[in-house]
Design a protein around this ligand. Structure first.
Ligand code: HEM
Length: 248
């Protein structure tokens, strides 16, 4: 499998930028079809999992709060109670298990393609504590430029982090789903209740990631165009803030 480079949004003169774009100093972002398909599959699956998971949680909360019914998935609670004496948990579980397979296929597809095509190596690496701290400080003081087609160190760390969080969600979910069959896995998590807690904590981490992720997409809508249609271009800013990019 040969992966198209995600980006050639590098300073003009970089070999991967097409000549015309290079001359115009354009920033270009490209996403190959497998990355787009699996990314949107994961996004859909995660939204379904969060909505249905919150309805399931509400039936037996771990903490002293419940999620608002409008934010949960599983049909109208009143109707479900009248029909089956169940607050929509059965349909939430059906949504949850269906979406679990979507996430599993999307995730495996994204990760396998990312490794095999070299996309992870080219676009998610290198990254280290120094570049993360540098870009994080720049972002916190609003001095981090966004260059279309190039992930900064904060984005790279967030993408690795969310991929790890999804893996933990899948593993802890399997441990809760089949506690007897996956007993060793459940033991690794410290038992059923702890596996449930791990599942909840990584769900919270993914929700936090999504809040930041979607806010950034709203700030730079061209990234949405590229992630949906496969390509977007942007003219470089005339003033260049302090620091950009994750290069070492
Ligand atoms: C439904 C809400 C979501 C929207 C609107 C969204 C949108 C986007 C967009 C526009 C990009 C391109 C960012 C850029 O080029 O700077 C992107 C990249 C990415 N998103 Fe999302 N996303 C969503 C959900 C998710 C979820 C749930 C995950 C975690 C599984 C995720 C993980 C990623 C990763 C890893 C990338 C980097 C993709 C790559 O270059 O291969 N996103 N997302």
């Amino acid at each position: 499998m040969s992966g198209r480079r995600m980006s050639s949004g590098l300073p003009s003169g970089q070999p991967s930028a097409p000549p015309a774009a290079r001359q115009a100093g354009l920033q270009i972002q490209k996403h190959a079809l497998p990355a787009r398909l699996t990314h949107w599959l994961m996004a859909l699956a995660i939204l379904l999992l969060i909505g249905s998971g919150w309805r399931i949680y509400n039936a037996s909360p771990i903490f002293g709060f419940r999620f608002p019914e409008w934010a949960t998935l599983g049909g109208d609670v009143g109707d479900a109670l009248a029909l089956h004496n169940d607050p929509g948990v059965a349909s939430a579980i059906a949504w949850h298990f269906a979406a679990m397979w979507l996430l599993l296929f999307g995730y495996l597809g994204f990760v396998l393609w990312g490794v095999a095509s070299g996309h992870f190596r080219r676009d998610f690496l290198p990254v280290g504590p120094r570049s993360f701290l540098r870009d994080f400080m720049a972002a916190a003081t609003f001095r981090l430029a966004h260059r279309l087609g190039e992930y900064n160190a904060v984005q790279r760390v967030f993408y690795w982090g969310v991929l790890a969080a999804v893996a933990m969600m899948l593993l802890s979910g399997i441990a809760i789903w089949k506690p007897v069959q996956t007993y060793p896995l459940e033991t690794l998590f410290g038992g059923f209740q702890d596996a449930r807690m791990v599942h909840f904590l990584f769900m919270s981490a993914i929700v936090l990631f999504l809040v930041v992720h979607i806010a950034l997409v709203i700030l730079v809508p061209k990234t949405f165009v590229a992630m949906t249609l496969g390509k977007a271009t942007s003219r470089p800013h005339t003033t260049r803030p302090h620091t950009t990019g994750a290069r070492r």
